[in-house]
Design a protein around this ligand. Structure first.
Ligand SMILES: Cc1cc2nc3c(=O)[nH]c(=O)nc-3n(C[C@H](O)[C@H](O)[C@H](O)COP(=O)(O)OP(=O)(O)OC[C@H]3O[C@@H](n4cnc5c(N)ncnc54)[C@H](O)[C@@H]3O)c2cc1C
Length: 472
């Protein structure tokens, strides 16, 4: 049996049975076998104690769960993989979507319908079989919905835009327990809000997305010793200034953990990496990357043609659950002083930096060309997306990482924007700084739509749009 927080809401067995009679998926209370396993998250720093869990199998299950939560005065939390928990689901009715695994591809129309529990890897596999690609991010294990609702930046972002720009329709359950279709022509205000606003407005049960003809790409990493960091970063800044939209890239400072699963020549080393993916003719890609044949000698040049189905090898994100800490922001420029600060805080000299990875992704392109008002996502003019990542095996390390990255950000302040990408913010930070995720007009519109669609703040475990009479 789980250890419950002192403020715990405990539902009696009769209530749990009543809910079970209304849904096909399993209902689990804290005393049930499987409860602890069911609410476990990919990011194991998250500890949570829902009042009840529903392993939903359909939109109807989700609708029944939402109605039950409203009747019982519970908030509704939603979890697919637990990669991006915004607020632990304490005392909630937690809807787990991982049993909703439907994926339907329409190769002719170049679209896919995906259910709420699907991870990007499954969509990638099925779409590549017919020569198409979705706009997934760096990890195939991230859930399609959580990733998409906040924006969704992947290796095709400069060519085809954000994941939200490719959504054609959602099926959702709103706070009144109704299943609705949401698109440019149906509930269009909600369509605007869901594309960028996160999980605060409805539970998404399915999503129709556009696909793109992407098969062979050119990508990977060029790895340099830390000693060349300044030169490589300066060259990178000049390189991206004229980069075509086929190229989405990043510059990475990495303190490679001394773990057996790391390549031996990198284990325990600090390195700087040029990372990227070119989706266009391979000869053009080789031409674009030729510039890296001059300059410092890399430890390894792993850029190569590859099927897009292997895109996860570009970032090689950790797959097993881990205690993850992440935060980030937008940089206005990679000027010399910013590069110096990134190196000083991002690269470890005798253990000076607790971070594993500091990455600046060069985005923009198609993302910047989309209509400013078409979605709630607002910061389309930004192009340098900063992420800082580390392992946080204990609360003390988590706290240390928080302090370190706050100092890092203060030092970056001259070029660090005052707004951020909420999917790259740590959970508490995403709730505390939700306002900073949007331009002021978009935030005000989201607050108004929150009051309209979820006046009782049922969906209170996501980004924080204060409703009229409560703080959320
Ligand atoms: C290893 C790793 C790599 C990443 N790479 C990228 C990347 O390349 N680009 C990028 O943009 N982001 C990236 N992210 C961030 C990622 O997109 C977010 O963490 C995202 O929230 C994960 O979604 P999830 O469904 O997997 O996680 P979950 O923790 O299950 O869900 C996160 C939140 O999404 C909302 N949500 C999930 N499902 C639903 C639903 N059905 N209806 C309504 N709300 C829902 C809820 O608010 C939930 O709290 C990465 C994260 C990790 C850990």
């Amino acid at each position: 049996m789980a250890t419950l927080p002192s403020t715990s809401i405990i539902l009696d067995q009769a209530s749990l049975d009543r809910l079970q009679a209304r849904v096909r998926g399993r209902v689990l209370g804290p005393a049930d076998a499987g409860y602890d396993e069911a609410h476990r998250t990919w990011n194991v720093t998250v500890q949570q104690h829902p009042a009840v869990i529903v392993l939903a199998e359909s939109a109807t299950d989700v609708a029944q769960a939402v109605r039950f939560a409203a009747e019982m005065g519970l908030g509704v939390a939603i979890q697919s993989t637990g990669h991006g928990v915004v607020r632990p689901a304490d005392n909630s009715l937690l809807v787990i979507t991982s049993r909703m695994q439907g994926v339907r591809i329409d190769a002719e129309a170049q679209t896919a319908w995906v259910e709420a529990g699907v991870k990007w890897g499954a969509v990638l596999e099925k779409t590549q079989e017919v020569g198409l690609a979705p706009l997934l991010g760096s990890s195939p294990d991230v859930g399609v919905i959580g990733y998409t609702l906040a924006g969704g930046f992947g290796w095709l972002v400069r060519k085809y835009g954000l994941a939200i720009d490719s959504v054609l329709a959602f099926e959702v359950v709103t706070a009144d327990g109704r299943v609705r279709r949401v698109s440019a022509t149906e509930n269009s205000d909600l369509f605007w809000a869901l594309r960028g606003g996160g999980g605060s407005f409805a539970v998404v049960t399915g999503m129709e997305i556009e696909l793109y003809p992407v098969t062979t790409v050119f990508g990977g990493n060029i790895i340099y010793p830390a000693a060349h960091a300044k030169e490589v970063m300066t060259r990178y800044r000049d390189w991206i200034a004229t980069a075509p939209e086929e190229l989405t890239s990043s510059i990475v400072l990495m303190n490679v953990p001394p773990l057996p699963n790391m390549p031996e020549f990198l284990r325990g080393q600090s390195v700087v990496m040029v990372r990227g993916l070119y989706s266009g003719p391979i000869e053009q890609a080789e031409e674009i990357f030729r510039v890296w044949q001059d300059g410092p000698e890399p430890l390894a040049n792993l850029m190569h043609p590859m099927p897009f189905s292997e895109v996860a090898s570009v970032s090689n994100d950790p797959r097993d659950p881990m205690p993850s800490f992440h935060t980030g922001g937008w940089l206005n420029a990679l000027d010399d002083a910013t590069i110096d600060t990134l190196i000083r805080f991002g690269l470890s000299v005798n253990g000076s930096s607790p971070l594993v990875l500091t990455e600046v992704r060069h985005v923009g392109g198609a993302m910047a060309r989309a209509d400013r008002n078409s979605t709630a996502f607002g910061h389309r003019d930004d192009s340098l997306l900063l992420a800082m990542l580390a392992a946080a095996p204990s609360p003390e390390v988590y706290q240390l990482l928080h302090q370190y990255t706050e100092e890092f950000k203060r030092e970056l302040a001259p070029q660090l924007a005052d707004h951020l990408y909420l999917n790259f913010a740590e959970g508490a930070e995403a709730r505390a700084r939700t306002r900073d995720g949007y331009p002021p007009e978009a935030f005000e519109r989201l607050v108004a739509l929150k009051a309209q669609y979820d006046p009782d703040n049922l969906f209170q475990y996501a980004f924080n749009f204060p409703t009229v009479d409560r703080a959320g």
